[in-house]
Design a protein around this ligand. Sequence first.
Ligand SMILES: C[S@@+](CC[C@H](N)C(=O)[O-])C[C@H]1O[C@@H](n2cnc3c(N)ncnc32)[C@H](O)[C@@H]1O
Length: 230
Amino acid sequence: MGEDDWAILQSNLEATIPVYDRINRFATFGQDQRWRRMVQDRLPDEGKILEIGCGPGSFAENLTGRELTCLDPIAAMLSVAEPRVNNNRLSRGDSPVIFVEGTAESLPFEDSSFDAVCSLFSFRDWYDKKAGLSEALRVLKPGGKLVIVDPAKMNRFHGWLGYLYMRIWVGSYARFVCKQRDHPWKWLTKTYVHFGTTKDYVKMMREIGFSNVQSKVVFPGMATIWQGEK
Ligand SMILES: C[S@@+](CC[C@H](N)C(=O)[O-])C[C@H]1O[C@@H](n2cnc3c(N)ncnc32)[C@H](O)[C@@H]1O
């Protein structure tokens, strides 16, 4: 995706904030929280964790313990996420999350600073996935782990079915919820269509230098989990 398209995508993502969780639940048949828990189970129990593309805090609010840093390029996402996540964490006795504005492609952190990096439903939006993965590798400590979940397709035909599902079924629901004809969810279909297959990103992670790269198709076309180590 070019930087111009990425800028349009960001303004569309910002417009989804008030309905984000509701539409996610609908689009994934209520499975999105289960997939977030699967990522959580793959993260170390202790240490410093970075979430890239935290959005409105849908994952971070339930991550217990750990020292968590959340990064997102959209300031409005961070302002919604900060009270939501930190109120939950403080009520559980967890340390507050540090929120940072920035992009995956240019992480504002020192080399080897995190025990794990995760990204949930954000990787497909990164405008330069190789640069983002290289940055994730750079900020991980040796032995640290990267965990990603996003909807990879299995092949071109499957991609078309996914496109129709997103455009017609989820699109109609989004229009109904947003009460807007040209609703922002329409744009999100584009990132789905341009996103590759599970194998594409296994290959890319290996090329960037991750070891022990593994993938698990949790729900074809809706959730693949990739993991790799530095
Ligand atoms: C769909 S939301 C995901 C929110 C959350 N992680 C979750 O579990 O639902 C995707 C987020 O990725 C962010 N994003 C898009 N491009 C990015 C990039 N290049 N670097 C970091 N974050 C990015 C968007 O701003 C958006 O908030």
